[in-house]
Design a protein around this ligand. Sequence first.
Ligand code: A2P
Length: 280
Amino acid sequence: TEATAAETPAPRKLAVPDTQTVTQVKHYTDRLFSFRCTRPASLRFRSGEFVMIGLMGDPDPKTGKQKPLLRAYSIASPSWDEELEFYSIKVPDGPLTSRLQHIAVGDQIILRPKPVGTLVHDALLPGKRLWLFATGTGFAPFSSLLREPQTYEDYDEIIITHTCREVGELTYGRDIIESLKTDELLSEVIGDGFWNKIKYYPTTTREESPKLGRITDLMRSGEAFSDLGVPVLTPETDRAMICGNLAFNLELKEMLEGYGLVEGANSDPQHYVVEKAFLD
Ligand code: A2P
């Protein structure tokens, strides 16, 4: 009755999780995997943004209640894709990834459809050359941006650097770059001369590969610029996005500031933007 409704405090609204269904899972190394899931019909996002995703946590031993266990994940698929893709680390004792790594096709995951982030074209002023600097799973937002036609409409040249400990950790990114060559939607905007427009610079730090070393060191010595055949970054022509581990982000940020680039935001577009890669 109305009387009891007025007296009884309103029940705390249970957060009904937004669930999506896993459609594909690929494991790359014992530390890395990617997966795809259905996309909520209402979800709009800008390539490069992230959302909160996760799983239901274990029941509380005392109350038996379950709470969602959520973490920020960059959407690795482009804004036009029917599905969503994510690229994740596996941490053996990570609260979320120790479980997330076992998801299979048909499983449900939780996805809060509120995309946000600064690794978006809107946060950068127009420029000629776009640098995408990643370490580890920091490649994820660039996987989205590299499949976004606007990236090629806005810039003459895209340089993607990816520093990982081991060669196997480069596979996901390398496969994405390879897939761009046969992407029908992009072939129109990229046109001929794929490798003139897109420069891919993978490096490893703890296993032998064609290019050894941290990207930061390779830039400081000038080796990266001579390998790529481009001049050092300047605020006049170059724009950059940074996504990796914290130490990398800070070090590279300082270097870019040294070249005269200024950090931008959605509300104040400038020369570069930075975001931390997900770590469980
Ligand atoms: P290194 O092996 O020399 O530490 P992680 O898996 O720990 O997140 O690291 C991913 C990659 O980022 C590794 O190749 C690592 O190199 C590199 N890295 C870590 N810190 C920095 C930094 N400050 N500047 C550049 N690269 C870094």
